[in-house]
Design a binder for this molecule. Structure first.
Ligand code: C2E
Length: 830
């Protein structure tokens, strides 16, 4: 530091020089003994940093030197030395632009270094401030004063840019109408006496009405304490009396007012920032996300309550520690290295991470790490924000389980079973292994389900699943494909026989009866189809399709058995598909015809009626038997339209013959279980009878035993509904199903048709004869008619006669024939 010390008193000068040498050896001190010498030195010897001047000099005052310095705007700090008790001189010096003063008391030499330093800082600050222009809106009515002030300020403080107006109205016109800063002016300088309004009123409008916070400095010609007090009360920033030399003080006052204004604004901004900080802190405290802040060494400096909630660690257990203590051990070093590398390089990392709670539990969290940077862009802290996603993961796991498992049996569903199969094929292909796909379908499950109710059906499926599982190895997959269909996947199979063994083991496992919760005992068997990889297909769809085809073969060949896939099974399946397409077309093209098989009285051989049997006659091809297409029509639902067509055709035919005066008896039409299940049969019948005008008692409906049982609880209501139309009801294929006569007693059945499988061996099989005899006897007791089907020989007819069977149909008298042949042969006696 370079100091110019202006002092005429040699004792004081000597003391100070020695004190400087002791306290501030680095200071370069120059001495001047008078005002003139001081000016000389400042002008000639180059710059100093601080001028320290005594107020009383032999050729003038320190203030004059100060004015000389300020007039030249020399970049130096100025400190005045005053005698003790000369406060007024000190204040005058400050007003004239001194940066500080020091009273020569007993202790002042000790305080001198600090004062010089502080003055230097203040001077630098003032210079900084003055390097920025300050816009001053100056309201002065007197031209002379305005010019003088403008000149003076241009000279002493050119950073103060004055705009002069001569009225309060002009001030109001230049300032915004409402709120905050004053826009085009940084400071207002108002003369008290303005022609249109005094400065107090003007200040009132600006502060109270417009809410402007621009600093206001007021000047008056004469000092009045009352005006000053009022001005300050109204929010005027400073007040100055126009005493001689006041223009020297004005730059300082304006600078100070400007800085005060800035301070006010800074304080407001600070308040806003503090409010914001408080808000942010409240957000951090109340968020459900855990937050931790660490220093650059990774030591935790702050956590929020959610951190404690998630991890279990209270602030005193976490602060000061490295977050490493939360590590789960699930991630290797390279994971954390990657995380830090990203954080250091980009200031950001985000990802899923497993951590450990205080209670030892591991949990997944979604973590976002960010570097906090200071104004210079250098990182100062790291912030980690994390969400405990363990609940989310649990829900996801549950959803995924639901999406991939059958809710009833908890077995893998079709989706998962197929994806496991796909994966197993990949493995088998890689390792050159063989695998087997077993498609398993429960035989007649639908009948049990329908007759015992769905909850019993569900229970049965669970029991079956458990038995199947118990027969498989841990690594084998058992899935439920839907309904009563299961899939077994056997991997790493040595030979096809292995699959056959498992299949027969499964069949054996289902052998013992199932006893359900309500005590019902049910026998449940399965048909199994097997396909092998790579023998029968090399993708999952082909393997499933082929196992399915084999399963159908098992069903067709007596059920409760297992069949392997062969090529001709595929052909069979393809034929089925082809048949289905053609069947749809046939219905649209009217390729069906109805044949009628007559029924006769056993007693006298007279015609009692006929059974309508549908035939499919594709153009240019042999006729297709219903045994080949009815099951497919049932599976696809085509039976609804087809059955309705047969019913209408038969009724119309009967009505026509009756109208001709012929006696065709009753016409029996078959009603399939799928028709009952998929459509409103009662409405269909009512419409057919109405449309054709056939009397209901001429119509007989044949329902198979199993169709009836499939209706379960609803069977009784269904039959009562049909009966209410006035039609007759017959049970077809009697003896082949589950039901008993006692059960049928509850229904209003008119006729039982003994299935031709019993009739066939009537002469040779004593059992069949006994069954037929029992059926006839009980039917008679229940007042039902009995009609035998498939009578081919006179011997069979004679036996039926003996048993008391009332009616029969069969090739013995006639196969089903077209309507025209029927009319000719049986009605018109042709
Ligand atoms: N072996 C032998 N068979 C005889 C004799 N007499 C008649 N049959 C045959 O026995 C079947 C009797 O019909 P189903 O038991 O109702 O059995 C019928 C019935 O369940 C079904 N079906 C036929 N037409 C219709 C129909 O319009 N609607 C429904 N839902 N099913 C039908 O197709 C099954 C087979 O019909 P079809 O092939 O016409 O076979 C008929 C008939 O041609 C005989 O003396 N010996």
């Amino acid at each position: 530091m370079r100091v110019l010390y202006v002092e005429d008193n040699p004792v004081d000068a000597d003391l100070l020089v020695r004190s400087f040498a002791r306290q501030l050896p680095d200071v370069e001190l120059r001495l001047a003994r008078s005002l003139a010498e001081g000016i000389d030195r400042l002008g000639g010897e180059g710059m100093v940093d601080v001028v320290l001047a005594d107020l009383c000099l032999p050729d003038g005052s320190g203030i004059e030197l100060l004015n000389w310095v300020r007039d030249r705007r020399l970049p130096v700090a100025f400190v005045v030395l005053t005698g003790s008790g000369d406060q007024r001189a000190a204040v005058a010096a400050l007003k004239a632009g001194a940066d500080d003063y020091l009273v020569k008391d007993g202790d002042y030499l000790r305080r001198l270094p600090a004062t010089l330093n502080a003055a230097q800082v203040r001077a630098r600050h003032l210079r900084d401030c003055r390097s920025r222009p300050v816009r001053v809106l100056y309201a002065e009515h007197h031209r002379f004063d305005a010019d003088l002030t403008t000149r003076q300020l241009a000279q002493a403080a050119p950073h103060l840019r004055l705009e002069v107006v001569d009225s309060a109205a002009a001030v109001l016109g230049r300032l915004p109408v409402a709120g905050g800063a004053a826009g085009s002016a940084d400071v207002l300088l108002l003369d008290y006496l303005l022609p249109d309004m005094d400065a107090l009123d003007l200040a009132k409008i600006l502060r109270q009405e417009r809410g402007l916070d621009v600093p206001i400095v007021m000047v008056t010609g004469q000092g009045s304490e009352e005006i000053a007090a009022q001005a300050l009360r109204l929010g005027v920033t400073d007040y100055l009396v126009k005493h001689p030399g006041y223009l020297n003080e004005l730059p300082l006052v304006l600078d100070k007012a400007f800085r005060d204004g800035e301070l006010v604004r800074e304080r407001a901004a600070l308040r806003e920032a503090v409010d914001k900080l408080r808000l942010h802190a409240a957000v951090v405290d109340s968020t459900h996300d855990g937050v931790l802040i660490s220093d650059l060494d990774g030591n935790i400096v702050s956590i929020n309550p959610a951190f404690t909630e998630v991890t279990g660690y209270a602030p005193h257990e976490a602060l000061g520690r490295n977050p490493r203590f939360l590590q789960s051990g699930r991630h290797d070093r390279s994971f954390y290295q990657g995380m830090w590398a990203a954080l250091l390089e980009t200031g950001y990392w985000q990802g899923e991470l497993w951590n450990r709670r205080k209670n030892g539990e591991l949990y997944p969290e979604w973590l976002t790490l960010s570097a906090v940077r200071n104004e210079a862009g250098a990182p100062t802290h790291y912030v980690g924000v994390f969400t405990d996603i363990s609940k989310l993961r649990n829900v996801e796991a549950r959803l995924s389980h639901l999406a991939h498992h059958d809710p009833l049996t908890s077995l893998p569903n079709r989706l998962l079973a197929l994806s496991r199969l796909e994966h197993a094929i990949e493995v088998a292909q890689r390792k050159g292994q063989r695998l087997a796909v077993l498609c398993l379908d429960l035989d007649r499950f639908k009948t049990v389900n329908d007759s015992l109710g769905h909850s019993a059906g569900d229970e049965l499926l669970c029991e079956v699943a458990a038995r199947l599982r118990s027969r498989l190895r841990e690594e084998d997959t058992l899935g439920r494909l839907g309904g009563d269909e299961f899939l077994v996947l056997l991997e790493d199979l040595d030979a096809p026989e292995g699959a056959a063994l498992v299949a027969s083991d499964i069949i054996g496992a289902l052998e013992p009866s199932f006893v359900l919760r309500d005590g019902a005992e049910v026998f449940m068997h399965a048909s199994i189809g097997v396909s092998l990889y790579p023998d029968d297909g090399d993708d999952h769809l082909a393997l499933i399709r082929n196992a399915d085809a084999a399963m159908y073969r098992a069903k067709a060949e007596g059920r409760n058995t297992c069949r392997f896939y062969t090529e001709d099974l595929t052909r069979l399946a393809a034929r089925r598909l082809d048949l289905e397409t053609r069947l749809r077309r046939a219905l649209a093209n009217g390729e069906f015809v109805v044949h009628y098989q007559p029924a006769f009285s056993v007693a006298d051989g007279s015609l009692i009626g006929a059974e309508a049997l549908v035939r499919w006659q594709p153009p240019g091809e042999p006729m297709v038997s219903p045994g080949d297409f009815i099951p497919i029509a049932e599976e696809t639902g085509l039976i609804v339209g087809l059955g309705e067509w047969v019913l209408n055709t038969a009724c119309r035919q009967w009505r026509a013959w009756l109208d001709e005066g012929l006696q065709p008896g009753a016409i029996a039409v078959n009603l399939s279980v799928e028709q009952i299940r998929r459509s409103d049969v009662q409405a269909m019948l009512r419409a057919a009878l109405e449309e054709t005008g056939l009397a209901p008692h001429c119509l007989e409906l044949e329902i198979t035993e199993s169709s009836l049982m499939a209706q379960g609880e609803q069977a009784e209501a269904l039959l009562a509904g049909l009966k209410s139309l006035g039609v007759r009801l017959a049970i077809d294929d009697f003896g082949t199903g589950y039901s008993s006569l006692a059960y049928l007693k509850r229904f209003a059945i008119d006729k039982l048709k003994i299935d031709h499988s019993f009739v066939k061996d009537l002469a040779d099989d004593r059992n069949d004869l006994a069954i037929a005899a029992a059926v006839v006897a009980m039917a008679q007791a229940l007042e039902m008619t009995v009609q035998a089907e498939g009578v081919e020989t006179e011997g069979q007819l004679a036996l039926l006669h003996e048993l008391g069977c009332a009616a029969f149909q069969g090739y013995l008298r006639s196969p089903p024939v077209p309507a025209e042949a029927f009319g000719r042969r049986f009605l018109r006696g042709g």
